[in-house]
Design a protein around this ligand. Structure first.
Ligand SMILES: Nc1ncnc2c1ncn2[C@@H]1O[C@H](COP(=O)(O)OP(=O)(O)OP(=O)(O)O)[C@@H](O)[C@H]1O
Length: 129
């Protein structure tokens, strides 16, 4: 059960809801190149955090940054799909605003993640040199 099924009625139970939610996660990773970059960056951050032995509060900031970027990319993808569905690829100014603003949400989250990464990793990396 996943995105290939033709169900259009409400989910009947929590298990079915979860399976569709996971299908959405797999679909966004398959379809969105940017999401694959975010996942790769997340893995690098996790490896870097382990290598540089960040402490508990630093882990919380790093995990928050990772989740914010992934959440905003998910929301961006939702907006893109809904806009494409509604406009059928025809130009509309509101569609442009919606897509550009959703992309801006990802940009803001990515800037936050970069700032967090610099604050946590830069002093540790400089100390290594
Ligand atoms: N129906 C539309 N009407 C007006 N402008 C559109 C429409 N569809 C897309 N655009 C413009 O084209 C740009 C690229 O569209 P696309 O569907 O690739 O979204 P995107 O936000 O760039 O995707 P990604 O975040 O994956 O790079 C949008 O940011 C928007 O400015």
């Amino acid at each position: 059960m996943g995105l290939k099924d033709k169900q259009t009625t409400k989910n009947h139970n929590l298990g079915q809801s979860m399976r569709h939610a996971f299908a959405g996660l797999i679909a966004v990773a398959h379809l969105e190149r940017n999401m694959r970059w975010h996942l790769l960056a997340s893995i690098l951050v996790l490896v870097g955090g382990w290598w540089l032995q960040v402490d508990r509060s630093e882990w919380l900031w790093l995990i928050l940054a990772i989740f914010l970027v992934i959440q905003s990319e998910l929301a961006n993808t939702v907006v893109e799909n809904v806009v494409d569905l509604l406009t059928d690829q025809h130009y509309a100014l509101a569609a442009k605003y919606a897509k550009d603003m959703a992309a801006a949400a990802v940009l803001v989250a990515a800037i936050f993640a970069i700032v967090v990464g610099l604050i946590i990793f830069l002093p540790k990396l400089l100390w290594l040199i």
